[in-house]
Unconditional design. Structure first.
Length: 187
């Protein structure tokens, strides 16, 4: 079992970050993390409202810090950490909503009587075919982002990693792609 060594509480955030980047020693990261744990948990609890979920997110933040911090040039660690925590909470809520929506969609689907199902089946196939044709008409960046986001359910960060596009570009491609699909579908 790894026991974190005691780091002086007078060591600045910037110094802890610098030492962590230089050495990859988790003791420095743990000292920084523990300093802000109350902030992380409070923000998480504000967003997710369930103590256990907020605790899980707080633990995930440590791993995120380990992964993201080496690549960051930060002047305000606390502000950046607040944003990272908020984004993690939003991704968690989004995944929960998808799960709930899938459960609702499946339940609704099962409640449709057989006659309605057969009458709508043809229309559904036509709509799906039209949607696929509309996706093919998008420019390659929009098409890639739309497919990753909607079909493969990737988050913005995953899309930026997979495509190499900047976050702002990913959001723009998704927004414009969605608008172009709505226009193409006639809605």
């Amino acid at each position: 079992m790894h026991i974190f060594k005691r780091i002086s509480s007078s060591t600045s955030d910037q110094e802890l970050i610098k030492k962590f980047k230089q050495t990859a020693d988790l003791d420095y990261l743990a000292a920084l993390y523990n300093r802000y744990l109350h902030l992380i948990f409070t923000v998480a609890l504000k967003y997710v409202s369930v103590k256990e979920d907020a605790e899980d997110i707080s633990i995930e933040i440590f791993q995120l810090l380990q992964d993201k911090l080496p690549d960051q040039e930060l002047l305000n660690f606390g502000g950046w950490l607040h944003t990272v925590t908020k984004n993690q909470c939003l991704m968690y809520l989004r995944s929960q909503n998808r799960t709930k929506q899938k459960e609702i969609d499946f339940a609704s689907f099962m409640e449709i009587n057989q006659d309605e199902h057969h009458n709508n089946e043809e229309r559904l196939e036509v709509d799906l075919k039209k949607l696929e044709d509309c996706i093919k008409r998008l420019n390659k960046e929009q098409k890639k982002c739309v497919e990753l986001f909607y079909k493969q359910e990737k988050c913005y960060k995953e899309i930026t990693n997979l495509t190499g596009f900047e976050l702002k570009k990913v959001k723009s491609f998704l927004q414009n792609g969605k608008r172009n699909l709505q226009i193409c579908m006639g809605g």
